[in-house]
Design a protein around this ligand. Structure first.
Ligand SMILES: NC(=O)c1ccc[n+]([C@@H]2O[C@H](COP(=O)([O-])OP(=O)(O)OC[C@H]3O[C@@H](n4cnc5c(N)ncnc54)[C@H](O)[C@@H]3O)[C@@H](O)[C@H]2O)c1
Length: 368
């Protein structure tokens, strides 16, 4: 057994080993066993993932000294302070020590929660991350960001806490609901568009197999997209420069997600609409219209549903708040052509407002 990709991400004074492939959990079994040998392990997961794929971790109880399975709610409901509190309490009651291990087995929500709990329990215990959604495999499992939400804002409380090992097994993606596959693919399209024309062409070519959750088709896409993100994180750990490229489609995407309501608009779908809008700005700034049309066609081909009817004013207010939240003002990520992403500050607000109003008024599929 081998991996589609095996690499190290050096950040935060340590290194995270990434293992990616169609049967990666089996291929990494010995490495996982070494990580937990002689230790108390807290396996944080949720019922759906455990029910579907728990047997892939069947060797774990025998490999460690004690295993405590902690089941949390699925989805964003896991990222609550109360859920973190219940995990801290359970770990404390079970005699968790600084050299215990936390393992996250689930999507980005479980990973963000478990990483946050691991980073704060006893001032930080080491953790391992086994992402089970496409979004988590190409994006959330890379870079060490962890967080829980507050009623006031998503990801409001968190810390950087890099896992020791990330095992992304694309075999688990076959059971993912189609809309979750689509949402994750948008993040792969994002990095491909900005950084890797070959990956973009592969996604276009293999679109049907990727959307069907085919592990063999997904493995090289996850491997390449994860490497691209890892490279950006390594070169720019504090997000002062090029790591900002990962926000392609996210400037408007975050505002759309908050305005429509979390859980009602999937993150990837919001980002897809954000990318369409960023492409519109890119063309205005001299980008290649043919590339913008090509990328929009790919997003259409993924089946991203149209936006509900939205007014520009509340979205502009959210963008304005976002701008105030950042010292350097609002930054747009633009894509001039395949593999040519760049950060743009200081776009005239009236121009952005006019474009947004026009964008929101156009029927789906004609917004370029
Ligand atoms: N830390 C980061 O850098 C980062 C980056 C991007 C997103 N995120 C966070 O990730 C979260 C979203 O994560 P997500 O999109 O992975 O979704 P998720 O973890 O919320 O899971 C979505 C749904 O998929 C189900 N599921 C998970 N794996 C499955 C599988 N293999 N088969 C069938 N069903 C499965 C879950 O039960 C859940 O219902 C958000 O909270 C977001 O803020 C974090």
């Amino acid at each position: 057994m081998s991996f589609a990709a095996a690499f190290e991400l050096r950040a935060g004074g340590g290194a995270t080993r990434h293992r990616i492939g169609g049967d990666a959990l089996a291929a990494a079994a010995a490495e996982l066993a070494t990580e937990v040998a002689g230790r108390t392990v807290f396996l944080v997961t949720e019922a759906t993932v455990w029910g579907l794929h728990g047997e892939r971790l069947a060797a774990l109880p025998a490999a460690c000294s004690r295993l405590h399975r902690l089941v949390v709610p699925a989805g964003e409901a896991a990222k609550q302070v109360e859920v973190a509190d219940s995990l801290w309490r359970a770990m404390s009651a079970a005699g968790g020590k600084r050299d215990s291990r936390v393992i996250a087995f689930g999507g980005g929500s479980v990973g963000d929660l478990a990483g946050f709990v691991a980073g704060t329990f006893l001032r930080g215990v080491d953790w391992l991350l086994l992402p089970t959604t496409l979004l988590a495999q190409v994006d959330a499992s890379i870079g060490g960001k962890t967080a829980v939400d507050l009623p006031e804002a998503k990801n409001a409380v968190g810390l950087f806490h890099h896992p020791r090992l990330v095992v992304a097994d694309t075999g688990v993606l076959a059971t993912l609901p189609p809309e979750q596959v689509r949402s994750g693919l948008v993040e792969a399209v994002k990095v491909a568009a900005l950084l890797d024309p070959e990956l973009l062409a592969r996604i276009e070519r293999d679109r049907a197999a990727l959307l069907a959750g085919d592990a063999a088709a997904l493995a090289p896409v996850v491997a390449t997209a994860a490497r691209l993100k890892a490279g950006l994180v390594e070169r720019d750990p504090d997000e002062r420069g090029e790591r900002g490229l990962l926000n392609f489609g996210h400037t408007l995407g975050h505002a759309l997600e908050a305005e429509v309501g979390y859980g009602r608009l999937l993150h990837g779908d919001a980002v897809a609409h954000g990318i369409r809008f960023a492409l519109r700005l890119s063309v205005l700034e001299g980008g290649d219209p043919a590339f913008a049309r090509r990328l929009a066609a790919l997003l259409d081909g993924l089946g991203v549903p149209p936006l509900p009817r939205l007014a520009a004013a509340p979205l502009l207010a959210r963008l304005e708040r976002d701008k105030k939240a950042r010292e350097g003002g609002l930054t747009w990520v633009l894509a001039a052509s395949a593999g040519e992403g760049r950060l743009a500050c200081g776009l005239a607000p009236e121009r952005v407002a006019g474009e947004l109003a026009a964008f929101l008024n156009e029927p789906a599929g004609e917004s370029l």
